[in-house]
Design a protein around this ligand. Sequence first.
Ligand code: GTP
Length: 410
Amino acid sequence: MRILIVEDNEAVSKVLRHLLMQELHCEVDIAADVSSANALPEQHSYFVVVAELNLPDAPDGEIAQLVLMSYQTPCIVLSSNLDARQRKKLLKLGIADYVLKENRFSYEYVVKLVARLDQNQHVKVLVADDSVVSRKFVKVLLEQQLFTVLEACDGAEAITVLNETPDIQLLITDYNMPNVDGFELILKVREKFSREDLAIIGLSNDTDESLSARFIKNGANDFLQKPFVHEEFHCRVLNTLDSLDMIRSLWEQANRDYLTKAYTRRYFFTQHEKDVSDAGQFALGLIDIDFFKKVNDTHGHDVGDQVLFEFAKRLKNAFGQHFTVARFGGEEFVVAFKGLDGDRAFTVMDKFRQQVNSQPFITDAGELTISFSCGIAKAESTDTNLDTLLHRADLCLYEAKEAGRNKVVL
Ligand SMILES: Nc1nc2c(ncn2[C@@H]2O[C@H](COP(=O)(O)OP(=O)(O)OP(=O)(O)O)[C@@H](O)[C@H]2O)c(=O)[nH]1
């Protein structure tokens, strides 16, 4: 990512360049005025231009138009003070945002904004509104922030689009729509998409003051009364997406192991507790890497970590697409073979065992040959919980270790 700063105050441009390079690891060019900036976009392609509003050779914000029209690049405007006329003009032009140079937080905000714009390129937003004018207006605002925007003319179409495009992260929906209105839409959507899957913002020009609370009680994350100003819209959208990121990150921390990114014991139990007593086939494999302490003792903890990471990667590649792969702690892993009987689980696990043992692990200490032992237990009609199944798998694992390791025991 490459960024251009057009700023005549050297102290400001240096601080900004330092922060952008440090935080976002991007390349940054600086121009002190428009005439020196003009040559640069021919040499480089810029992700965004951060430009001062009043430059020596462009004293009235002409730079913003130049960046948007000639450079065809998103623009963040910096200013020491912005009057109402200039603000209106800039928003109408379609800048990504403006930042008032008030204190050091202003520069941190610029960095956060650039990072968010970069992320937004991969974020899909669905706008559901029966008014074409209103829908297009919201779409333009979102595209200024580099979001990919999909449209639906009512709630029914919104549901279809969401089902066809499950990676949509944000739904912005109007209240009054034919067929399926905003409330009904949210209720239907929340049956399938949880708060960590999809964020929702409600919109309405209805004057009923209970609307915002009703939207949020029905499952929306936020609500905006129409007509709204650009800045409020952008802030609400960004706040909502920040919260979504935070919820997802908490979910990841609770459900994925930090080192190997395999699922945690907690996720394993919440996901599979019921499978034990269900009518379908269910088996699990409890895995323990052999002589792992020796890897640590001989080559150090970091090499031990590399082995764990690579082992989990191989496990996920082999089974992760269809089955849950979890790290229970240390060098112990579990695979939940939902839909497989014990014999089939044994066969696939034994094949994996042979692959692991025959393909050395590349580590900082060179190539290491790794083996593991595994106990497989299948669910019986008398089983009522995962612990009893895990206990049986553990007994089989013990047998595999006793029999010399590098073995799978059913
Ligand atoms: N590098 C690293 N080591 C870990 C981690 N968690 C646990 N260990 C180590 O894993 C080792 C487990 O050793 P043991 O339980 O004695 O088992 P083993 O050496 O694999 O021997 P067997 O299971 O009997 O074949 C210990 O040395 C732990 O310190 C981790 O996250 N990283």
